[in-house]
Design a protein around this ligand. Sequence first.
Ligand SMILES: Cc1cc2nc3c(=O)[nH]c(=O)nc-3n(C[C@H](O)[C@H](O)[C@H](O)COP(=O)(O)O)c2cc1C
Length: 360
Amino acid sequence: MSILFQPITIGSMTVKNRFVRSATNDYLTNPDGSISEPELALYEELAKQQVGLVISGHAYVQHPLGCGSVKQNGIYNDSFIDGYRQLAEVVQRHGSKLIVQISHAGRQLAPDKKDLQPIAPSAVTDASIGVTPRAMTEEEIIEMIEAFVQALVRTKQAGCDGVQIHIAHGYGLSNFISPYTNRRTDKWGGSIENRTRILREIVVRGRQAVGTDYPILVKLNSTDGKTGPEYLSLEDVVYTAKMLEAVGVSAIEVSGGIREFKNTMSAVGIKEAKQEAYFAEACKAVKASVKIPVILVGGLRSLAVMEKVVEEQIADMVALSRPFIKEPDLVVKLKDGQEKVGCVSCNACFNPQGLACYAK
Ligand SMILES: Cc1cc2nc3c(=O)[nH]c(=O)nc-3n(C[C@H](O)[C@H](O)[C@H](O)COP(=O)(O)O)c2cc1C
């Protein structure tokens, strides 16, 4: 049997296969950001169709400046716990695991919050939209840490199988690790040790709060989307991965890109095998530097490439987002002999009308 259908252990959690549904904001929330009936149906279907590890779309930890998208789930107070309890139940009912992704928008505040100024480590203009965030005070950094810790605890209270801290895609925490968006000269900026201080604080305090067994995962940027001394380097990424493992992170998903440098995260027009797995090189470097499981996301489109990723120890698991929007039953189809996904990577699915494949 293909290695992709063999189980794997992440900390205390056993996942039945190597397929991960990468966090995907579904624009289907209730108006107050709580989990809706359409979301319960979407997640139950993924679990029913054998996705071993289901990661929910990013839920924001602080209101309102943590909100990174229209129609985004929130997890910034205890009122959201019940919804996540239901979400965990519909996934667990089918033998799959639910991980909740938690995030802060940072300089990428939701586009419908134009009357507010985003906050970030430094006031670096996002040229793609012409918005300049305000540099956070130290007090605000401490508040952000506290908000992440509380949200992390809520996912455990809700009975979820684990949490994933979003350190990717140009949102708040990835703003801190990149020298491009973090130009601070205090203890939260400068050296990579300082730029990752906020992560260390969140994970150490989170671990203390939830104990040693609860899976704490991260989704980690491996690049800003541009190379050069002013951007996030692979050396910094490997340092960050090792540090996160040392303070108790259970698994690392490797991604990349920030909104300003378009389409790095979700590359378009993937047709051939050589275009697939576009963060594989960085992922391989992360995998070689840690012992905890590593997950690769980004452009995985054929069974052969996914198998190669695991067999050649580039990663232990494969994560997909867009392909599961078009084919929630993809895992079953791949098991039954389908060789490629149907998704054409056109990005029409970034559509606030609600998660669906809008490919023409
Ligand atoms: C509609 C949509 C929403 C997304 N929402 C999130 C999110 O909430 N959190 C996250 O980490 N990534 C999010 N992503 C990025 C994906 O998880 C993934 O990293 C990226 O699309 C590359 O994987 P793929 O080629 O399999 O789509 C989203 C992608 C899409 C298409």
